[in-house]
Design a binder for this molecule. Structure first.
Ligand SMILES: [Zn+2]
Length: 180
């Protein structure tokens, strides 16, 4: 069945297994931001087939302290099982650390569509970290009317990952995904 010369690393089933695993993993949504898939969020780092034939999914946690990692792992394994891939593992990759810059353009569009303001550019990590008194200042646009006339009402919105803002133009409150 396999072409002459094809080694075990190019076994015919391997690529389709990988394709199925990638599609299943890419469909899992973030527990805290369910309008985003783990792929859109940049949490899904890698999907591979290990030497023992198991699917290994690498994810990088988002905000430290977010209790979402366990839920993400369970969701991934359930989705892979549903795709006929029961032999799967989730590997947590801590380096490099996740940043909101990894949220894809499609993910940013999905956030705005859901009335959530996408994060701006993440703060630089190298060099000294300046001491900040009070909440960070951001230029946040209202996801509903587009006005830049917004104010922060709480640094902690519906989850710790989000700050709560209010638009002075249309008076609507909205969540803003914090930059990290
Ligand atoms: Zn507005």
């Amino acid at each position: 069945m396999s072409a002459a010369g094809a080694g075990p690393r190019h076994a015919p089933g391997r690529q389709s297994l990988l394709d199925r695993a990638r599609a299943a993993a890419a469909a899992v949504v973030d527990p805290e931001l369910p309008v985003l898939t783990l792929l859109d969020l940049g949490v899904l780092r890698d999907v591979e087939v290990a030497d023992d034939g198991a699917v290994v999914v690498a994810i990088t946690p988002t905000y430290s302290g977010c209790p979402a990692m366990g839920a993400m792992r369970d969701d991934l394994l359930r989705e892979l099982r549903a795709a006929g891939l029961p032999d799967a593992r989730v590997r947590v990759a801590l380096e490099p650390a996740w940043t909101t810059d990894w949220i894809t353009p499609a993910g940013r569009a999905a956030l705005a569509e859901a009335g959530i303001s996408p994060p701006g550019a993440a703060p630089r990590r190298s060099g000294p970290v300046p001491l900040r008194l009070g909440p960070p200042r951001r230029a946040v646009r209202c996801p509903r009317c587009g006005s830049g006339d917004t104010e922060v009402t709480s640094e902690f919105g519906s989850t710790a990952c989000k700050a709560l803002y209010r638009c002075r133009a249309c008076r609507e409150p909205f969540d803003h995904v914090k930059e990290i």
